[in-house]
Design a protein around this ligand. Structure first.
Ligand SMILES: [Zn+2]
Length: 255
């Protein structure tokens, strides 16, 4: 009985209980702190990725802008049309079809923007040939200058009025083939098309037709004489120059 009383009054159990509760509180605080810390680390990683994406995308946009400014982006296409000057109606001569647009852009050696110019040339030519065709697009990647930057995926579209639109998004370093959508940019360049025409008699193509002429011979009688008339065709060369000036950077989402 005395032993039981001692047990009931004993402070040992209570102090163990207090120690246990104190320990439990400590574990709880530690776990809350750890969760907050790891969330904060996660946020920092995400923020760093977004910052990288922003810097990479904006430097790629500036690169595109400056490339167009320094390299003077323009392409030329030429079309030749042959027209008759014989004043005969269509059924009396063989109509030569007008030639289609041909790329006549001057190519300079060692042009490091030749790849981009190649896209401009083929797109501008196809739009000149068939203005109602679907707008041509290309997708390419701008590689980063240093390890801190991300690769940037660029989608290039040439619209019917030769307006160029580049949609930029950073490539996700952790997911191949995916882009980071937090920071995307658009660079747009207005295309200006000018045309010049020059006409001259063609030296190689002629129109020939046979006509009859009434002549008075020595005896004073009228006779019909067949005569071949040759007229040169008129060659008209039209040169179309499409150029792109300073681009405008706008922030926008890629759809
Ligand atoms: Zn003719």
């Amino acid at each position: 009985m005395k032993q039981i009383k001692q047990k009931l009054n004993s402070q040992c159990g209570a102090s163990l209980m207090i120690t246990l509760i104190f320990f439990l509180v400590c574990v709880m605080i530690a776990s809350v702190t750890l969760t907050a810390a790891s969330a904060s680390v996660g946020r920092t990683v995400q923020q760093r990725k977004e910052q990288q994406a922003y810097l990479s995308v904006s430097s790629a946009a500036q690169l595109l802008q400056s490339s167009f400014q320094s390299a003077g982006m323009s392409v030329t296409a030429e079309r030749v049309a042959l027209t008759h000057q014989c004043n005969r109606n269509l059924s009396q001569h063989t109509e030569k079809p007008a030639s289609d647009w041909q790329d006549t852009t001057q190519v300079t050696e060692g042009d490091d923007m030749a790849w981009l110019r190649g896209y401009l040339r083929s797109d501008a030519l196809s739009l000149s040939k068939t203005p109602d065709a679907a707008t041509p697009t290309h997708t390419f990647t701008i590689k980063p200058d240093n390890a801190d930057m991300l690769a940037v995926q660029v989608k290039m579209t040439m619209e019917k009025d030769y307006k160029l639109i580049f949609d930029l998004a950073a490539v996700d370093p952790n997911q191949a083939g995916k882009t980071l959508t937090a920071y995307t940019m658009e660079v747009a360049f207005t295309g200006t098309a000018t045309e010049e025409s020059a006409s001259a008699n063609d030296t190689t193509a002629t129109c020939q037709y046979i006509t009859t002429e009434t002549v008075i011979d020595d005896t004073g009688s009228f006779t019909e004489v067949e005569k071949t008339v040759t007229t040169p065709l008129l060659r008209t060369t039209t040169t179309r120059t499409i150029s792109w000036q300073a681009g405008v950077i706008t922030k926008g989402a890629i759809s």
